[in-house]
Design a protein around this ligand. Structure first.
Ligand code: ADP
Ligand code: MG
Ligand code: MG
Length: 253
């Protein structure tokens, strides 16, 4: 069975009644990296939020299966415990909760049967923090509060590395990063991921795909995947823009 299977998924914003996901089909197996590329406003972040069960959106038809089971009726928290993880395009600032505490609490919540000691957990957190080229006092700061753009993205990768989800959805983890931060974030992502992990990498730009090499590239326009290819497809888009897709498929973006 696939890690994630999305079947003809349609969804709208609650209260607005406007359909944003217009029939998404996608299968991600264990160990695969999928890049999802598309113009601004095409509904990429909405797809990520709907997979995680954000209550702002309503699924009107279709299904989302995780390891063969429909997750549509599960809360976001339950989905996280099954092993789904979303790194937000715009990470939220949460004053009053320190990074380290947040990581430990999340770990205990998601891996409730795990018997690792607090000392052991703290040791991994410190190692991961170091790999991300972050100072240890980063862990004593409130979540994302006053973090630079790069620090916010690193904080998301730190969570991914520590929580070890089965499926990582990374929404524009590369946006706003300078070339050095992009390299550190990408290399950390590669070293923190496990062989079993599936990755859905949402991005506007091809450059992160030089580091995190995708098995598949999906072009996402107006609420659905309109084309799928290998990593060369991302290079073509980078070079020629989405207009080549428009021409090839005869659609208007
Ligand atoms: P992308 O991530 O591809 O840039 P989004 O998923 O952020 O696209 O947005 C797709 C469309 O859905 C946009 O027109 C956006 O305004 C609309 N949209 C998304 N979420 C909401 C919401 N919570 N309320 C109203 N409109 C929304
Ligand atoms: Mg956008
Ligand atoms: Mg977005």
């Amino acid at each position: 069975t696939a890690l994630l299977e999305i079947r003809d998924l349609r969804a709208e914003v609650i209260g607005e009644g406007v359909e944003i996901l217009k029939g998404v089909n996608l299968i991600i197996n264990k160990g695969e990296t999928h890049a999802l590329m598309g113009p601004n406003g095409s509904g990429k972040s909405t797809l990520a939020h709907v997979i995680m069960g954000n209550p702002k959106y309503r699924v009107t038809s279709g299904d989302i299966l995780f390891e063969g089971q429909s997750i549509l009726n599960l809360s976001t928290d339950e989905r996280a415990r099954l092993g789904l993880f979303l790194s937000f395009q715009i990470p939220e600032e949460i004053e009053g909760i320190k990074m380290r505490q947040f990581l430990i609490n999340s770990y205990r919540n998601i891996h409730s049967k795990d018997e690792r000691t607090l000392l052991d957990l703290n040791k991994s957190i410190s190692e991961l923090t170091q790999k991300l080229d972050l100072n240890q006092d980063f862990l004593e700061r409130y979540i994302n509060t006053g973090f630079s753009g790069g620090e916010k993205k690193k904080s998301e990768i730190l969570q991914m590395g520590f929580l070890k989800p089965k499926l990582c959805i990374l929404d524009e983890i590369d946006s706003g990063l300078d070339i050095d931060a992009l390299r550190i974030v990408s290399e950390s992502l590669n070293s923190f991921r496990t062989e079993e992990m599936g990755i859905l990498l949402i991005t506007h730009y091809q450059r992160i795909l030089n580091y995190v090499v995708p098995d598949f590239v999906h072009v996402y326009i107006d609420g659905r995947i309109v084309m799928t290819g290998k990593k060369e497809l991302a290079e073509e888009i980078e070079e020629m823009g989405y207009s080549i897709i428009e021409r090839e498929l005869g659609i208007n973006i």
